[in-house]
Design a protein around this ligand. Structure first.
Ligand code: GAR
Length: 218
């Protein structure tokens, strides 16, 4: 089976990228990571890509007059690399509808909240401020509206007494690393299908799986 040629866009340390690279290191994985593009020179994730033998490139947004010119350069590079599917992994630039529409149904993102709650930045602090007892991460298809595309998968974790934004972010991140490769697997294999603006999963949680906070005491 031909593996889906996948490009990953990053801006920073690339720990989610690493989870995707690790999963895709297996020839059985339905996606192959063919290139990693960063909008920030020196992003930690670039070294991770190089260590995995994957083409690592910087397209510095500061070198372009307009958002559109930057995105044209990104698009050209993705096409040049033969990319069929794009994963955003800590890519911190807003994308215009023009770019998003060119990749409709072929671009996915991970966001550190249980969408549709806490779209945008500072998700963990806002979750703490809201007093939610469960939070987590979501992987979704990218649509023109920020953090609003069809949800592919979610991971939930409890908010613990004494949590601050850093502690919560670290535990959510661990869940992200588990969630993102499985979502990419399902999208690349065609198991996860986009039907009428919603995603049908090929393989989901057992019907009795639940995370309750506070848990019942016996
Ligand atoms: C991750 O927590 C990811 O969910 C978040 O940035 C972090 C990147 O970490 N993305 C967003 O907030 C996008 N709105 P990483 O570079 O170690 O993968």
């Amino acid at each position: 089976m031909a593996r889906v040629r996948t490009g990953v866009l990053i801006s920073g340390r690339g720990s989610n990228l690493q989870a995707l690279l690790d999963a895709a290191a297996s020839q059985d994985f339905p996606a192959e990571i063919v290139c990693v593009l960063s909008n920030r020179p020196g992003a930690g994730g670039l070294a991770r890509a190089e260590a995995a033998g994957v083409t690592a490139l910087t397209v510095d947004h500061k070198g372009f007059e307009t958002r559109e010119a930057f995105e044209d350069a990104l698009h050209t590079e993705l096409e040049h690399q033969g990319v069929e599917l794009v994963c955003l992994a800590g890519f911190m630039r807003l994308l215009t509808p023009g770019f998003v529409n060119r990749w409709t149904g072929r671009m996915i993102n991970i966001h550190p909240s249980l969408l549709p709650s806490f779209k945008g930045v500072d998700t963990h602090q806002r979750a703490l401020d809201a007093g939610v007892k469960l939070t987590g991460a979501s992987v979704h298809f990218v649509s023109a509206e920020m953090d609003a595309g069809p949800i592919i998968g979610q991971a939930a974790i409890p908010v613990l007494p004494g949590d601050n934004a850093e502690a919560l972010a670290a535990r959510v991140l661990g869940a992200e690393h588990q969630l993102y490769p499985e979502c990419l697997r399902q999208v690349a294999s065609g198991e996860a299908r986009l039907v009428d603006g919603r995603v049908t999963l090929g393989h989901g949680a057992a019907p009795d799986a639940r995370l309750v906070n506070p848990p019942a005491r016996n």
